[in-house]
Write a protein that binds this ligand. Structure first.
Ligand code: GDP
Length: 444
């Protein structure tokens, strides 16, 4: 999982402070030494680490922090703030042209995820703006690149302009722009060639395309897995092209954090999107504050909320909340809720976004498979309507019947009902505004 080592080390460093009644300046210094090592080990650029540590230390040793009743919490907040600042404060939206089409040029090294991201971006624009993008295949060196883009275009039902691999990329882009004007496309996304390393010929070609079409956005795709090397690549591209933003790909992998934390500070260019998988809908807007939360292991609560809002039926959710309040949440509601959760995607992905869960060792290997969900459902389906509505009547003989009916062992039936009881009690507490379950974060 991304940032795992960094998160663990930051939590350890901060956790030590929490165990102390009073935090002194030397405690803060000790903590910052560990934070510094954690960042360097995560492959964060040295200068970025130096600045970060300085900022946090200056704020943390202030009297109002150390003398407060909750110094450790305040320091968590400072670390969180400074991580956010390092990555750029707020999300930076895509640049738009005053007249259509808005031209987006994708650049990056080979294998960084340029072609995939061009497709993801088209998909994003269609979903969010009902856009009508045109993709232009201007990578004539990697023969498969044109076909790859065409396949992506077919999947998304987006037109792809190509002239094969025998023409000059600048000419291809010129012709593609004519087609976009004719078809009144509102976005043009240009996929360009990459190389294994930055080379002069490539840079000249990209600079020529830039001069020809003057893109509104030149998005550099970099592979998060390459750590600090990604920062060097970004510097190199930025010297020759007017890079306007960065897409950090492969954040679903085992990346240490170096790229995410260094790029903005080193190049001054904002990360605008992140790639979270190979599928065409796995592109997310980059929010520095949410990324800071994720790095600190506080889960990506905002993303979770947004996802829930997108996927959940609001009316149903409101009805559910009402039932929880009235303490009439039953197994029918439970089934509905499970369906909603299953709609949101793989459960372990969702769990990772909940604070405290992401780095809770007990949860690390947790993986509720669709099969287990189906088992739980089978048990509920074996209940009579009365049992579903009044879980309290489930006595031992009824439970045995459920086991037989669902084909699941009796222990599993017992465990499931117990969990249901516990979660309805917890939900009730939470609906009364008691969030005590959340306070355990960071081992308080
Ligand atoms: P290009 O050479 O820069 O055009 O790179 P491609 O778009 O062909 O991507 C190279 C490989 O990385 C492909 O196998 C993609 O499926 C994969 N890839 C791209 N973005 C992501 C991502 O966000 N996560 C993961 N796991 N794989 C990605």
């Amino acid at each position: 999982m991304a940032f795992e080592g960094l998160t663990e080390r930051l939590q350890n460093a901060i956790g030590k402070l929490r165990k102390k009644g009073k935090v002194t300046e030397s405690d803060v210094r000790e903590m910052m030494r560990e934070v510094r090592l954690a960042l360097l080990e995560a492959d964060v650029n040295f200068t970025v680490v130096k600045d970060f540590v300085k900022q946090v230390r200056e704020r943390a040793v202030g009297a109002e922090v150390l003398e407060s009743l909750t110094p450790a919490q305040q320091i968590v907040k400072i670390v969180n703030d400074e991580l956010t600042k390092t990555m750029g404060e707020a999300a930076v939206p895509l640049n738009k042209a005053p007249h259509i089409p808005t031209i987006i040029m994708m650049v990056g090294l080979q294998g960084a995820g340029k072609t995939t991201t061009a497709g993801k971006l088209a998909n994003y624009l269609i979903k969010n703006e009902k856009a009508r993008p045109l993709l232009i295949a201007a990578d004539v060196y990697r023969p498969a690149a044109v076909d790859q883009l065409k396949t992506i275009g077919q999947q998304l039902n987006v037109p792809v302009f190509d002239m094969g691999t025998d023409h000059d990329p600048v000419e291809i882009v010129k012709q593609g722009m004519i087609q976009a004007d004719l078809q009144k496309n509102d976005y043009v996304i240009i996929d360009t060639a990459g190389r294994l390393q930055i080379d002069e010929k490539l840079m000249t070609e990209l600079a020529d395309i830039e001069a020809e079409v003057q893109p509104n956005e030149i998005l550099l795709t970099v592979d998060a897995m390459t750590g600090q090397a990604a920062t060097e690549v970004a510097k190199g591209f930025n010297e020759r092209l007017n890079i306007t933003g960065v897409v950090l790909t492969k954040l679903d992998g085992d990346t240490r954090g170096g790229a995410a934390l260094s790029i903005r500070a080193v190049t001054g260019k904002p990360i605008k999107f992140t790639g979270q998988g190979e599928k065409l809908d796995q592109l997310d807007v980059f929010y520095p504050d949410r990324m800071a939360n994720r790095i600190l292991g506080m889960g990506d609560m905002m993303s979770l909320i947004e996802k829930a809002q997108n996927d959940f039926d609001e009316k149903q959710a409101a009805a559910m909340a009402e039932k929880i309040k009235e303490n009439s949440f039953d197994f029918n509601d439970f089934l509905d809720q499970m369906d909603q959760i299953q709609k949101m995607g793989p459960l372990d992905e969702i769990m990772k976004m909940i604070p405290g869960v992401a780095n809770n060792p007990a949860m690390k290997n947790m993986n509720i498979s669709p099969k287990e969900m189906d088992h739980i459902k089978a048990i509920v389906y074996s209940m009579t309507p009365a049992e579903r509505e009044e879980p309290k009547i489930l006595n031992a003989s009824r439970k045995r019947r459920l086991a037989a009916g669902s084909g699941r062992p009796i222990q599993e039936v017992n465990r499931m009902i117990k969990q249901f009881d516990m979660s309805s009690k917890m939900m009730q507490q939470m609906s009364k505004g008691n969030m005590s379950g959340m306070e355990g974060l960071f081992g308080n």
